[in-house]
Design a protein around this ligand. Structure first.
Ligand SMILES: Nc1ncnc2c1ncn2[C@@H]1O[C@H](COP(=O)(O)OP(=O)(O)OP(=O)(O)O)[C@@H](O)[C@H]1O
Length: 353
């Protein structure tokens, strides 16, 4: 018997570890584009799942944005069936008409379709093929955009996607390894032209920036960036817990938050409390910028009778005596009359893919 190629073995071990933490109710579903990362993940899952008493299926999403995308989705689905994965689905989504740029709209449609497929099949988890390289790119992008610790923590190995755990087993595996694993298994991955399209910041990080860093600082830079993400994520978990407690203690009996309790908090905790409160009020997480939070913070720490702070989601927050209170923002009649706390920097938004 030919020896097992090391990248194939490494990916199987990573998948086995990720599956060990999951419920055995329902199949795990691999989200597979047909690219090297998710193809290697799907092949490893097809091998590992039955050997650990599980079923594993695959979902591939056709965004309908490139010619031949239906053909690609069908080819991925055919391969999955013959690899022993079941259930297998190729889902077509409509990207047009969604908010945001084309990349964000496609991502939105994809995750919605993946969540719906997971629900349809009662999946115990959805697995995606994000690698250590994706993580390094995410951290660099976050750094370059001035993100806070939430952004610098990169993508979590596990998060919730509309009630289904979304798990990333390959965050410690390099992209070179997924390519090598595909080659060793005789699999021909699909190359997404978007991945090398310089119109996208992530492609420029991937194609231009990271190679320069690796040349200048050595190949360890990828591992190091991913390690930074893991270290920051661990600190975030503690700060988030502190903020959780602080939020419940800052609730004012008459509604809203008590400014005195907020003022006593360390800035890192207060920022998290205000962020969590804004989410609770209905502000979409991705729309909340650093400037919104700074304006909220100023109502507590730099109070000089200023007017309301406006939040995305049609809300405004005012200071009333010793409370921060929220109310629906009146519809703007003229742009210049509404003091808007704007800002495109995603602050600490998770730069999730
Ligand atoms: N069309 C798709 N259908 C199903 N899952 C997808 C699709 N596109 C992306 N994914 C999932 O999201 C992950 C990240 O995709 P992305 O395109 O951002 O990265 P990538 O490094 O190019 O991954 P891959 O090599 O798997 O295409 C993929 O590994 C896969 O699990």
């Amino acid at each position: 018997m030919a020896p097992l190629a090391p990248p194939v073995a490494a990916i199987r071990i990573a998948v086995r570890r990720a599956l060990a933490d999951l419920s055995t109710d329902g199949p795990v579903l691999v989200a597979c584009s047909g690219g090297a990362d998710s193809l290697a993940l799907a092949a490893a899952t097809a091998f590992v799942a039955p050997r650990s008493g599980r079923t594993a299926g695959l979902v591939t999403v056709d965004h309908g944005l490139q010619s031949g995308s239906r053909h690609r989705a069908e080819a991925v689905a055919r391969w999955a069936e013959q690899a022993g994965l079941a259930p297998v689905e190729a889902v077509r989504v409509e990207v047009a008409g969604r908010p945001g740029g084309p990349e964000a709209a496609a991502r939105d449609a994809r995750y919605q379709a993946l969540a719906e497929a997971a629900r349809r099949h009662g999946a115990s988890a959805l697995l995606t093929g994000h690698t250590r390289d994706d993580q390094a790119e995410t951290v660099l992008l976050a750094l370059a955009r001035g993100a806070g610790p939430r952004g610098l923590a990169g993508m979590p190995a596990r998060r919730d996607l509309a009630g289904t755990p979304l798990v990333r087993p390959l965050l410690e595996i390099g992209r070179a390894e997924t390519r090598a694993a595909c080659a060793a298994l005789g699999l021909v991955p699909w190359d997404d032209p978007h991945n090398s399209d310089p119109a996208y910041a992530r492609s420029r990080i991937r194609g231009d920036v990271l190679p320069v860093l690796v040349r200048a600082l050595g190949p360890g830079v990828l591992d190091n960036l991913a390690r930074t993400a893991a270290l920051v994520a661990a600190d975030n978990a503690v700060l988030d817990e502190l903020a959780d407690t602080a939020l419940s203690q800052a609730r004012h009996p008459d509604g809203g938050l008590a400014t005195g309790a907020l003022a006593d908090l360390a800035p890192a905790v207060r920022g998290r409390v205000l962020r969590a409160w804004a989410h609770e009020l209905g502000t979409p997480p991705a729309a909340l910028s650093h400037r919104h939070l700074t304006a909220l913070d100023a109502l507590v720490t730099a109070w000089r009778g200023q007017r309301a702070s406006y939040l995305p989601g049609g809300l405004r927050v005012l200071r009333r005596g010793d409370r921060l209170v929220s109310e629906a923002a009146p519809a703007p009649t003229c742009r210049t009359t509404v003091p808007q706390a704007t800002g495109t920097t995603p602050d600490e938004a998770v730069v999730d893919r």
